[in-house]
Design a protein around this ligand. Sequence first.
Ligand SMILES: *Cc1c(COP(=O)(O)O)cnc(C)c1O
Length: 388
Amino acid sequence: MNPSLLHEELTHQLAQLENDGLRRRRRTLETPCGPLARVDGRELISFCSNDYLGLANDPVLVEAVCTGARQWGVGSGASHLVSGHLLPHEALEQQLAAFTGFPKALLLSTGFMANLAIVPALVGRGDAVFADKLNHASLIDAVQLSRADSQRYPHGDLAALERMLGASTAKRKLILTDAVFSMDGDLAPLPALLALAERFDAWLVIDDAHGFGVLGPQGRGALAHYALPSAERIVYMGTLGKAAGASGAFVAGSATVVEWLLQRARTYIFTTGSSPIIACALLASLDLIEHGDERRAHLKRLTAQLRDGLANTRWQLIASPTAIQPIVIGDNHEALRVANALFERGLWVPAIRPPTVPKGTARLRVSLTAAHTGEQVEQLVRALQDLA
Ligand SMILES: *Cc1c(COP(=O)(O)O)cnc(C)c1O
């Protein structure tokens, strides 16, 4: 196809997105990540970020980065297996393993890359992956990349999963799930999933992007929340750009699994090691997470306040116990209209539309952080009651 034809086609497809209320637009922030944002000179209260503990702009992390930069410079200069694995990276991996209760952990540059690392390293052609239908996009792509046979069970449907596992003759089986579903905020039934994994001799891969730092005692994550052991068949992934306030991700598991990923995972091997100053920030962040009970308690109070405040509107609140509080509106255009009306009132809440969520379930995705105040949440509640 010649370039002008290709451009014509793309222009047409972009117009189609616009018509369907699906064209996405970025807004440029003139302020650091936090509850107060300025966009195009306008002051807004933001309910958009996954910075659940309010650490992204914490002075302790900023100081750790400055000190770290003076000691380690900025770049790591090479992939981890060549010469890009520095002391702060190594220390962080050890701390992450200890914090999550697994023998070993491996640091990766992003959560998306971590998921692309795990699944293709563990399964391939002839193996079978059993995945929750609402799993994150990176997990869906990871399965495709692995070439394993993919079966998706209806969200949280343990009976369906059990039937699929029972009917499978695959040599290796792998159950794949978000721990906290990113657009619904609900929790996967991890104890039951582990029991099924044990019964059918399957791997259990858990993506705890939204639970790490927030759930469980000292924020140790979704497994700790359910008081589950760090079983050998569990591969645990946590991200470091959400509650941990920086960027990156890690995989924790048995020494054998982590060593295998180090040898085989292409998104680990063929990429430059993340900046050592990020590792320095994350070492400080882990300490704040561990001692962050007050932040987590405040976040819980704000979550209850929002849910109580919206209990009687005509929109449906999803039964979410986490800081992710989606308000399902349904129609794409209406979701956008409500989001725009909130924006006009200085309240910034993202409208999430397909393909991020199933058709007909466009929603406002409110995310709360420990940096919000009760008054800010009250403003949002009043505006939503008004618009409903
Ligand atoms: C955000 C997210 C990821 C991707 O993590 P990044 O570090 O942002 O690349 C993976 N899985 C889930 C469930 C997420 O919410």
